[in-house]
Design a protein around this ligand. Sequence first.
Ligand SMILES: Cc1cc2nc3c(=O)[nH]c(=O)nc-3n(C[C@H](O)[C@H](O)[C@H](O)COP(=O)(O)OP(=O)(O)OC[C@H]3O[C@@H](n4cnc5c(N)ncnc54)[C@H](O)[C@@H]3O)c2cc1C
Length: 387
Amino acid sequence: MATELTFDPVRLPPECVALRKEVRAFLAKEMEAGTLNANIGGGIDGAFSEEFSRKVGAKGWIGMTWPKKYGGRERSFLERFVVTEEFRVANAPVRLHFVADRQSGPVILKYGSERVKADILPRICKGEVCFAIGMSEPNSGSDLFAAKTKATKTKGGWLINGTKIWTSSAHHAHYLIGLFRTSPPSKENRRHGLTQFVVDMKTPGIQVNPVYQMTGQHDFNEVVFQDAFMPDDHVLGEVDGAWKQATSELAYERSGPERFLETFYVLTDLVRVLGEKPDTRGAEGIGRLVAQVHSLRRMSVSVAGMLHAGKEPVVEAAIVKDVGTIWEQKLPHKARDLAAFVEEGSANRATFEQQMTYATMIAPKLTIQGGTTEILRGIIARGLGLR
Ligand SMILES: Cc1cc2nc3c(=O)[nH]c(=O)nc-3n(C[C@H](O)[C@H](O)[C@H](O)COP(=O)(O)OP(=O)(O)OC[C@H]3O[C@@H](n4cnc5c(N)ncnc54)[C@H](O)[C@@H]3O)c2cc1C
């Protein structure tokens, strides 16, 4: 029987309006100072700035939903949504702190030892700490629970051996949250036997090898562990029970505005290039795209509202990521089509072409990172009781 699917109609409260103004004023100042350029694709994808992350930390916009005791501001997920959205649209260079803020910090908050929480969370909030996600392996991407990288118990901790792959930002990261095998899977539960650890990337026995993309960028890596020692209090949650924890982490990872705004600069540039009086086809095309992004946004705000209410909207988050990433992936193709009649040689067109080239090259990854389309649809079907 199908299960209920809910997207609560959440409206952003008045404090979000004030915060949005504040964030926009901050970004305008940074743009004026040349710290960021909203007209160039990049953002989460490319831009890493220690200076910018520290400024954002000083504003109190990292870890903003976390307890004050750990450097947080005890603000709402909806306020965090506003900050993420504004930064994403402005292509702000948030890469250093983004993963830590979105998912590593919340996981540590929920499952970390007191020593790890007190040590790492306040530094994340200051914008000083970069985290990577060590889930995928050469033979286990979608099927996370087939992970083989092993953590073997030793005196006072664990020795890690094996290889992770596609590890975004590992070459910048101070820490990584790794999913390692601590026991073989059990007959009753093939997901049993995996444990999450906070890995200090300075630990001897960790080697980071670059993997280059077709844009020429170096975003992800192979991470090789050879007898790398992790102290006992770097275990997150239950030994062998990470499968119970991973789902809530994925709800954080999959539902935010970054899941449909990664190529948003293409839409803003399309509006610019078509000018103030687009023809009927252009106007209709822009109207359609704006209506679609508006609906996606309402869904994403709804998930933020559910997270705020302490729910685990795993299925709803999967839907936002599925529909959102397909939308942002198709956006460059639709924009190219709508701008087909803009004069080839017009000065107007040069930056647009630059944006389109970049967006087209990164588009394939959008429906792979953070869970592929097929996997998301499996989750949605299961959540709805259809499989
Ligand atoms: C830009 C980018 C950044 C990334 N960053 C990170 C990171 O920081 N950390 C990290 O751990 N990983 C990262 N990844 C890896 C990403 O999570 C995996 O690529 C993804 O989960 C898919 O795994 P795979 O590449 O092994 O493909 P596979 O799992 O081998 O899948 C190949 C194809 O088979 C399909 N498929 C697989 N299983 C099923 C099934 N059961 N039913 C139907 N179809 C199926 C998939 O949908 C896909 O089309 C990143 C990936 C990208 C593109």
